[in-house]
Design a protein around this ligand. Sequence first.
Ligand code: ATP
Ligand code: TYD
Length: 237
Amino acid sequence: MEKRQELYAGKAKSVHATDDPDRLVLTFRDDTSAFDGERMESLARKGMVNNRFNAFIMETLQAAGIPTHFDRRLSDTESLVKKLEMIPVECVVRNIAAGGLVKRLGAEEGQALDPPTFELFLKNDALHDPMINESLAETFGWATPEQLAEMKALTFRVNGVLKELFAEGGLLLVDYKLEFGLFQGKIVLGDEFSPDGCRLWDARTREKLDKDRFRQGLGGVIEAYEEVGRRIGISFD
Ligand code: ATP
Ligand code: TYD
């Protein structure tokens, strides 16, 4: 496999073509953004930590029967993935109220959400990723009703697998965002799963161990990511 030209540089990852038209290389950079890219900082080791974190989670999900784009980790910061036609819709599940839900609906941070909620957001930086729904996605052609149903079912299956995995490490999976795409006509989990795109709290103390440490200027961001990783069996050496 040969890495070829850069196709896209996002806020945290770069995407390169390869000599295989069906494969891409994702490079996890140290760049960290919050508030729609308003705040950008480079956090040493983040690329390596998130690449390893994501590889472990994608392999866990794949083993649980959830189709993912992940092929293999190529280096500390690079992974080989299937090239997907991305669906521009982000799927968010929440088990506990935090972040946007607290702001929007006045829920109390830390309130248990039973049953867990499911929300859709349009992936569009210029519009600040607005919240959408199934009807809007269908009408504007972002995803078909069948695709949306499949994405919702897969997002909840991921919840079952990961809530348990993190619980074994003494962690609460508060909420998370997933992105899906099409590979040979089938819905496949794409992008990444790392503490950049989810909330994880210590189950006993409720200490925040995710990107909220960066958003809220709490410090110890990467140390927290590594702590979470170690608790679920990931080695960063
Ligand atoms: P955001 O941070 O809002 O997700 P971004 O584009 O800045 O946006 P990055 O993670 O920096 O995000 O960039 C990675 C890009 O690669 C994303 O646009 C993501 O949708 C896309 N992507 C992820 N996995 C695949 C894949 N398997 N095939 C094609 N594109 C992918
Ligand atoms: P949310 O609380 O709606 O937004 P914010 O994190 O800006 O307060 O996000 C819910 C979860 O989904 C949270 O763990 C962050 C993640 N997420 C992203 O990573 N990217 C996104 O574009 C969105 C909408 C959510």
